[in-house]
Design a protein around this ligand. Structure first.
Ligand SMILES: O=C(O)C(=O)C[C@H](O)C(=O)CO
Ligand SMILES: [Zn+2]
Length: 281
């Protein structure tokens, strides 16, 4: 059995999504079970042709295979790749060069890189590498991203239960990339709301990965057009595809962390169409 799998997700029309039931919404937008020991799991989303994945090396290194779906002789021939480690420290080897990637650190791998291999670090808890790839048009340098790289935004307030710290990890001005932009938002203890007031940005899609949840904790992730909201109940390690026309926001049964990632027409984080909370339906 190959240790890599790929599943396809198609793009969706907001009118069609209105009539989906809970199972239908989960089938289209929820990505569960990304992190499986000894495996690489990929989801190819036709929204911005983003590939979302998990790579969990345990006993042996895992090499990223090139799926037929990308139509190239190597995965990164026409793509860029972001890798964020949400597990123990690990190693990502790009064309033989080893990059140590600690917990909550990331690696950006530019278009044109060849072999990418995921490995455990000796004696450490295994890494859980979260993968985000988008089509690229030029080669930007491969770069390790730790806590000192990028920008930090402190947002929200205890009184509205949305105090949170946003680490913009892959962002223009800090690390160069073609389409991909991503970061990590950490909720302060006692705060449970992310991205409320909420927004859309039809020019870019977004993908959320929720983690740092206790086994029985859940986040209610809100999606849909602002006047037709729906929700998905998600747990540890679940990702959600947020199509360009959808809001993306969540409330947890406790604090949590999530990784947001975008691709599309621009890389302007501040370019959001804000929705007044009183207008939500
Ligand atoms: O907590 C937040 O607010 C976010 O992290 C918002 C996301 O970064 C986002 O939606 C960017 O467009
Ligand atoms: Zn957004």
């Amino acid at each position: 059995m190959s240790c890599q799998s790929l599943e396809i997700r198609h793009a969706s029309h907001p009118e069609a999504v209105k009539s989906l039931d809970t199972q239908g919404l989960r089938r289209e937008f929820l990505i569960p079970d990304l992190f499986a020991a000894g495996r690489i799991k990929l989801v190819y989303s036709h929204v911005e042709r983003m590939i979302i994945g998990g790579a969990c090396p345990v006993d042996a290194p895992l090499a990223l295979q090139t799926p037929k779906e990308v139509g190239q002789s190597s995965f990164l021939a026409r793509r860029e790749l972001g890798i964020v480690n949400i597990g123990g420290p690990g190693i990502v080897r790009v064309d033989g060069e080893a990059h140590d990637i600690g917990t909550r650190e990331a690696l950006y791998v530019g278009m044109g890189a060849g072999e990418v291999v995921f490995e455990v670090s000796d004696g450490a808890a295994p890494p859980r590498f979260y993968l985000l790839s988008a089509p690229a048009h030029r080669s930007c340098p491969t770069r390790r991203i730790d806590a000192s790289v990028g920008r930090i935004l402190e947002l929200g307030d205890k009184s509205t239960a949305n105090e949170r710290s946003i680490h913009q990890m892959l962002i223009p001005g800090a690390v160069d990339s073609c389409q991909l932009v991503f970061g990590m938002t950490t909720l302060a203890p006692g705060s449970v709301w992310n991205t409320m007031p909420c927004h859309t940005h039809d020019r870019r899609n977004e993908v959320y990965l929720y983690f740092d949840l206790a086994p029985d904790a859940r986040v209610f992730h809100f999606m849909g057009e602002p006047q037709e909201t729906r929700h998905l109940v998600v747990g540890e390690g679940d990702a959600v595809i947020s199509p360009p026309w959808s809001i993306h926001s969540g409330v947890g049964t406790g604090a949590y962390t999530f990784i947001w990632a975008m691709a599309g027409d621009n890389q302007d984080y501040a370019d959001m169409d804000m929705v007044a909370t009183a207008d939500l339906r």
